[in-house]
Ligand binder design. Structure first.
Ligand SMILES: Nc1nc2c(c(=O)[nH]1)N[C@H]1C(S)=C(S)[C@@H](COP(=O)(O)OP(=O)(O)OC[C@H]3O[C@@H](n4cnc5c(N)ncnc54)[C@H](O)[C@@H]3O)O[C@H]1N2
Ligand code: MOO
Length: 506
């Protein structure tokens, strides 16, 4: 059967929409090329339409293809239906976030980083709808459901080298075998080799019946219609077993994974031409503050160029989201309200920078508070203490601190994992490495610190200044050193945790 693992109801014995455990049925006529392609397109359109339904309707109104549809289309339809149901069960059309999802327990003043992260992890959930896309549109999208291999890799036993194939092991000494007619090349249907004979085989060819062992062509002497080689040769030498890489039915992609180029290779190799993914998370980026001017424009005394917006937009792109530039707004509460209202209609999440703390001109926190859905998080972290988290018309808002270093650290440590979950990904934990320090530092107890750092000669060196406005240090660095909450005196050679920017997806 073409796609393996699914059987057509009423056609194949025992078939009834269920996965057949990967063994595949037999004897159904495959739909012919053009029909099958047209049907696949219809199935995809239908599946995408179904994906917009609430989960209960989705299960009730499953794709039911007419009998005339090609076998391939039917199998695809059954598979998509299974994926959609699985995804629906896993929250294809999730309920909206609760308005109080950022509220912190009363009485907590300086929230430890781990507690803040645990709180975010517990409250965030996917908000993006499901789509079925062909593989060429799946790169960097988030898998919405587990995907199983529709076919084994390799599907048949085959030869790993160019050489001569025969049956069974050979002991020490010289062996001479008669050459069977023809040859086996990659793509050929497996033929038959008479007992005791050898056949010419080319890398990737399915092993003919009567062949389970191959000798390299470099190790033989060809003599007319005979081939001679020296033993010993172990049975199975230079061959690959069917399914030694992946068996039909094995999981090849897990829901929540952001799809990589190698994942596409695995999906294709196992017969998956479509995959259920999440629509990209649309993340708006807004800079706030009267002092800001976009680079390229004249700046008067007292004004500064907006550094956060280009940085945040580019970071979001790297994380795999769809960045939406919301521009900048001055310290004007009515104007900010207008921008947030508009943004809530066009994006899934809003990131602001500036105005996050509780000063006279800190309008982001003031507005979120006014909306009754805000938690001003005072986190025991340096840099990045104030983080205004709230909901604006049902959309989560991350009010990042204005200082660029704090904006970057808060984005990497707090916003990134939260955005990942909103986009349907699993909660990401950045991979850090314990390395010797190339610096000294005395650290106070009670808060976690992130230092701009890079690796040189096997040691982590840190930027000379910890100033939160020192943008040059962000660019100098290639990662962060994370110093835990307890007091510490770091001396050169002490082990510290270095997290490369790459571990944060940058
Ligand atoms: N009384 C207190 N004052 C401050 C506290 C505090 O706890 N109590 N925290 C300090 C810390 S830590 C930070 S970080 C900042 C965060 O303040 P805001 O989020 O309200 O940010 P602003 O005041 O608007 O800006 C801070 C700083 O960053 C510059 N900025 C803002 N946006 C940008 C941008 N897009 N590109 C470049 N630079 C930007 C802004 O001009 C300010 O210099 O609060 C401290 N104060
Ligand atoms: O968050 Mo502030 O930048 O820690 O200095």
């Amino acid at each position: 059967m073409a796609a393996g693992g699914y059987q057509r109801r009423g056609c194949c014995p025992g078939g009834n929409l269920a996965r057949s455990g990967g063994t595949g049925g037999a004897g159904c006529d495959a739909g012919t090329g053009a029909d099958a392609i047209r049907d696949r397109e219809q199935v995809r359109l239908l599946a995408n339409a179904l994906a917009k339904l609430p989960p209960d309707r989705l299960v009730a109104d499953m794709v039911d293809l007419p009998d005339e549809a090609g076998e391939e289309a039917w199998i695809l339809g059954a598979r998509i239906r299974d994926e959609l149901i699985a995804a629906a069960q896993a929250g294809a059309a999730p309920p909206p976030l609760r308005n109080d999802c950022f509220a912190l327990p009363p009485g907590v003043h300086w929230t430890p980083v781990e507690e803040a992260l645990a709180h975010l992890k517990a409250r965030m959930q996917v908000v993006t709808p499901l789509q079925i896309v062909p593989l060429d549109q799946a790169m960097h999208r988030v898998a919405a459901a587990d995907v199983a291999a529709l076919r084994a890799n390799p599907p048949l036993p085959n030869t790993a080298v160019d050489g001569y194939g025969f049956a069974g092991a050979r002991g020490a000494g010289s062996h001479r075998l008669t050459l069977a007619k023809g040859r086996a090349a990659a793509g050929d249907r497996p033929g038959m080799v008479p007992e005791g004979q050898a056949i010419r085989v080319l890398t990737g060819a399915a092993l003919p019946q009567g062949v389970d062992t191959v000798v390299l062509q470099e190790d033989v002497v060809l003599d007319g219609a005979e081939v001679t080689f020296q033993g010993p040769v172990k049975a199975g030498s230079n061959t690959r077993r069917a399914g030694e890489d992946v068996q039909a039915g094995d999981p090849v992609l897990r829901a929540g994974r952001r799809i990589t180029a190698p994942d596409l290779a695995l999906l294709a190799a196992t017969g998956n031409a479509e995959v259920a993914v999440r629509a990209a998370l649309r993340v708006g980026v807004l800079s706030t503050g009267d002092e800001l001017v976009a680079a390229g424009n004249p700046a008067s005394d007292g004004q500064i160029f907006d550094a956060n917006r280009p940085m945040l937009l580019a970071m979001l792109q790297r994380f795999g989201h769809q960045p939406v530039d919301l521009g900048q707004v001055g310290d004007d509460r009515a104007a900010l309200r207008g921008v947030l209202d508009d943004a809530a209609g066009q994006v899934d999440v809003i990131l602001t920078s500036g105005g996050a703390s509780a000063g006279d001109e800190d309008h982001v926190s003031a507005l979120l508070e006014e909306a009754g859905a805000m938690g001003l998080w005072r986190i025991a972290v340096k840099p990045g203490r104030p983080l205004a988290l709230g909901m604006w018309q049902g959309k989560p808002v991350f009010g990042l601190p204005g200082n660029p270093v704090a904006a970057l650290v808060c984005t990497l440590i707090f916003a990134r994992p939260a955005l990942a979950v909103l986009a349907g990904e699993s909660w990401p934990v950045p991979q850090g490495f314990d390395v010797p320090a190339g610096f000294s530092k005395r650290k106070k107890a009670g808060r976690r610190e992130y230092l701009r750092a890079r690796m040189r000669d096997g040691r982590a060196e840190v930027f000379a200044s910890e100033g939160s406005g020192r943008i040059s240090g962000l660019s100098w660095a290639e990662g962060l050193v994370e110093l835990p909450e307890p007091a510490a005196e770091v001396a050169p050679g002490d082990m510290v945790r270095f997290i490369p920017y790459g571990s944060f997806g940058l």
